[in-house]
Ligand binder design. Structure first.
Ligand code: FAD
Ligand code: UDP
Length: 370
C-alpha cells in the first residue's frame, strides 16, 4: 500500500515525492508516462555527447531564497545570466528592448534620459492595460510593438497579443539602461550537472518508487494507494467533461553542427521571419566545452504535447470550472503547470509544491488557525 500515488515526475511531482518520503516517511509511487524523469526540464547527452534540453531551453532563475536553498540540497550550480538577441530589420539587437536596442536599431546615440523621453513620445495612452498588446504599446509604442512583439506572439500563441492576457508579454520588461540580461532575479544559475541529475537526487530515497512508461490509468486499479497527487493536464483528469482547455504546443528541431560556436548569443529570437520563434545554443547555457555545438529550433503548434497554458479570460473561466471539480475531489491534490493551468516558471512550480507539502502535513490545529 502506497501512501501517495504521484502522477508526473516533473518539478511538481518530484519535489512532493522528496518531501513526503524524506520528511514524513511516506511511501510514494511516482509514475510518468514518458520514458524519463524531470518532466519538461529533462536534459540528456545527445549522440555527440552534448548536453541538451529535450523540451527547449530551461534557464533557472528565482527571487525565492527558500526555493533556491531547497534545490541546492540536490545540485551544485553554475552561475549563469541569460542573454537574448532579437533578429529585427536585418540586425541582431538586445531583447528585452533596452538603450542599446534603440540606438542600434535607429542608428542613434541616446542616453538613458533621452531614451526615456523617446519611449514617452511614442507610447500610446491606454486607460486600462488588459491585454498583451496594451502592455507593450503603452510602454514603447506601436512601431516597436510591431517589430518585436506582435508577430512573435502570433507565431508562439496562434493569436494576436490583443487576445491574450497582459501577463504574457509582461514577462518581458523594457529598459532605459544597458542591462541586457533576460532576467533580473536574485538567483540565476544552471544545475552544474544538469536538471536530470538533480531530479535523480530528488527521487533517490528508499521510500520512493518510480515507474516510467506508465500512464496512471493503466495502474490505478491494481496498485493500492491512499492519496493521489496529480500533475498532468487537469481537463484530461476529468475526461474533458467541460471541454478541452487549450494548451499551446511546440515542435523541437534539434541539430548538432560541426562548428564550435553558432549563435551570437545563447538564444536568438526571430519575431518576424521563419516559422520558428527562437534558436538556442545549449553549450552557452551549460558551459560545456565541445568541438561541435547543439542547437534547437522551436516551432509552435496547436496540437501535440501540452506545454503552455494559454492565459486569456475565457480559458481562466473554463479552468475555474475544472478547479471547482478538483477542489471537490477527495484525496486527489492538483499541482504544477498543467494541473493548475498556470504559466509558471520552474521556481514557481517548486514553490507551489512546497506549499502543498506544508498543507498536506499540517496538523489539524495548524489547519484550524489558518
Ligand atoms: P511537467 O514538467 O510538465 O511534468 C508533468 C509530468 O506529468 C510530465 O512528465 C508528463 O509526462 C506527466 N504526465 C502527464 N499526464 C500523465 C499521465 N496520464 N500518466 C502519467 N504521467 C503523466 N521555466 C523556467 O523557470 N525557466 C525556463 O527557461 C523555462 N523554459 C521553458 C521552455 C519551454 C519550451 C517550456 C515548455 C517550459 C519552460 N519552462 C521554463 C517552464 C517549466 O518547464 C515548467 O515550469 C516546469 O517544468 C513544470 O513542471 P511540472 O511538474 O508542473 O510539469
Ligand atoms: N515575446 C515576444 N517577442 C520576443 C520575446 C517574447 O513577443 O522576442 C512575447 C511572446 O508573447 C512570448 C512572451 O513574450 O510568448 C513571453 O516570453 P518568454 O521569453 O518569457 O517566453 P517563454 O520562454 O516562456 O517561451
Amino acid at each position: 500500500m502506497f501512501d501517495y500515488l504521484i502522477v508526473g515526475a516533473g518539478f511538481a511531482g518530484s519535489v512532493l515525492a522528496e518531501r513526503l518520503a524524506t520528511r514524513s516517511n511516506k511511501k510514494v509511487l511516482v509514475v510518468d508516462k514518458r520514458n524519463h524523469i524531470a518532466g519538461n526540464a529533462y536534459d540528456h547527452y545527445n549522440e555527440e555527447g552534448i548536453l541538451v534540453h529535450k523540451y527547449g531551453p530551461h534557464i533557472f532563475h528565482t527571487n525565492s531564497k527558500d526555493v533556491f536553498e531547497y534545490l541546492s540540497d540536490f545540485t551544485d550550480w553554475r552561475p549563469y545570466e541569460h542573454r537574448v538577441l532579437a533578429s529585427v530589420d536585418g540586425q541582431l539587437v538586445p531583447m528585452p528592448i533596452n538603450l542599446d536596442t534603440i540606438n542600434k536599431l535607429y542608428g542613434l546615440k541616446l542616453n538613458s534620459f533621452e531614451v526615456e523621453e523617446f519611449f514617452a513620445s511614442v507610447a500610446e495612452q491606454v486607460p486600462v492595460v488588459r491585454t498583451s498588446e496594451d502592455v507593450v504599446v503603452s510602454k514603447v509604442g506601436r512601431e516597436l510593438y510591431e517589430k518585436f512583439f506582435r508577430n512573435y506572439t502570433r507565431k508562439q500563441w496562434g493569436m494576436d497579443p490583443s487576445e491574450l492576457d497582459k501577463s504574457v508579454t509582461s514577462r518581458v520588461p523594457t529598459r532605459t539602461n544597458r542591462d541586457d540580461r533576460y532576467f533580473t532575479d536574485t538567483y540565476q544559475a544552471m544545475p552544474l550537472h544538469g536538471y536530470t541529475r538533480m531530479f535523480e537526487r530528488l527521487l533517490d530515497h528508499p521510500n520512493i518508487k518510480v515507474m516510467l512508461n506508465t500512464d496512471y490509468h493503466d495502474i490505478i486499479d491494481f496498485i493500492p494507494f491512499k492519496e493521489m497527487i496529480f500533475t498532468g493536464p487537469v481537463d484530461e483528469f476529468f475526461d474533458f467533461q467541460y471541454g478541452k482547455l487549450p494548451y499551446r504546443s511546440l515542435e523541437f528541431k534539434h541539430e548538432t553542427l560541426n562548428t564550435e560556436n553558432y549563435l551570437a548569443a545563447p538564444v536568438v529570437n526571430y519575431p518576424n521571419d521563419n516559422l520558428y520563434t527562437r534558436i538556442t545554443e545549449f553549450k552557452a547555457l551549460t558551459g560545456q566545452q565541445h568541438p561541435k555545438t547543439a542547437i534547437v529550433y522551436e516551432y509552435p503548434k496547436a496540437e501535440g504535447d501540452p506545454y503552455y497554458p494559454v492565459p486569456r479570460l475565457e480559458n481562466a473561466e473554463l479552468y475555474n470550472k475544472y478547479k471547482k471539480l478538483a477542489d471537490e475531489t477527495p484525496n486527489v491534490h492538483f499541482v504544477g503547470r498543467l494541473a493548475t493551468y498556470k504559466y509558471y516558471n520552474m521556481d514557481q512550480v517548486v514553490a507551489q509544491a512546497l506549499t502543498l507539502y506544508k498543507k498536506l502535513t499540517a496538523t489539524p490545529t495548524e489547519e484550524a488557525s489558518k
